[in-house]
Design a protein around this ligand. Sequence first.
Ligand code: NDP
Ligand code: TDO
Length: 297
Amino acid sequence: MTTRILITGSSGQVGFELKRALALQGELICPPRQAFDLAQPASLAAALDSWQPDIIVNPAAYTAVDRAEDEPALAQAINADAVAVMAQWAAAHHALLLHYSTDYVFDGDKTGAWREDDAAKPQSVYGSSKWQGEQAVRASGCRHFILRTSWVAGIYGQNFLKTMLRLAASRDSLSVVADQFGAPTPASLLADVAANLVQRTRSTQGQPYGTYHVAAQGRTSWHEYASYVIALAREAGWPLQLAAAPQAIPGSAYPQKARRPANSQLDCSKLMQAFDLQLPHWQPAVKQIFDTLDNLK
Ligand SMILES: NC(=O)C1=CN([C@@H]2O[C@H](COP(=O)(O)OP(=O)(O)OC[C@H]3O[C@@H](n4cnc5c(N)ncnc54)[C@H](OP(=O)(O)O)[C@@H]3O)[C@@H](O)[C@H]2O)C=CC1
Ligand SMILES: Cc1cn([C@H]2C[C@H](O)[C@@H](COP(=O)(O)OP(=O)(O)O[C@H]3O[C@@H](C)C(=O)[C@@H](O)[C@H]3O)O2)c(=O)[nH]c1=O
């Protein structure tokens, strides 16, 4: 029988890549927002009943980190309450739920890389709503994977990499925070890892379901990341207004509504060991995204 795979948020960065990565694994159900609106959690069970997915992949989220501070109820509905409905439906129907979460569940105050069992202490409405979504998945008892990631970038949708290219093309000065650390992670990698895990659940062996960190390897700052991308654009001959590298500034000099963690680096060894996977270093991963954007130009 054909596996029915529901992908939420399929127009987002990760969702778009999931359509490619999961295309051969079953019949994909990719509803537009109006047909499966996570802001209306009470409406979701009826849609799930009609589609009867075997697998629910949920990259959809309220991802506007600063705006969430002004819309906590909406962020909570989309990132937590709707996730609870999907998880409970999955538990009742023996479906698999693959859900994405974020480095922003941590406070950023650890010296080393964050492990899956480190205590969450979100500092923002977004981080808090994502943490509540995670807890709802675990509480439901459904078979699940929660993939926690950081600083997602890709070809489709909006992200920091594209913002830096846009600003470097249009401004003659740019200041970027240099005391927040993490790793940019390709949306395509997150989709490929999901496809790999889904494929493995088809074997009859017991699966190591649970929570995993998935991010590109190494550690950088937003400033180093921006400088690297802008240098790539300069080398490739992009017409840039910005004459020099961006200026490095402390987070305190870039006031924002939501607090970002100082250290977001995720330790991904649990995933790499459990599934014998290698993850790329952030620099070649970012270069590959840039090269694709360059070719599409
Ligand atoms: N972006 C990042 O840097 C990071 C993301 N993550 C997590 O990874 C996952 C994927 O992120 P990413 O692909 O970047 O997110 P995007 O912001 O690119 O996409 C989010 C998707 O969610 C959809 N969505 C938003 N609100 C609703 C709603 N009410 N009902 C249905 N769909 C909705 C959007 O639909 P529409 O197109 O209609 O707006 C969009 O397709 C998320 O869970 C996010 O929390 C984790 C770490 C970093
Ligand atoms: C645009 C800009 C940002 N910054 C800083 C602000 C912030 O500290 C950092 C990142 O900025 P952004 O607001 O683009 O990124 P932000 O929305 O915080 O990105 C986060 O999104 C959510 C969804 C996640 O889950 C996180 O992993 C993370 O990727 O860069 C500058 O210093 N200069 C600038 O010109």
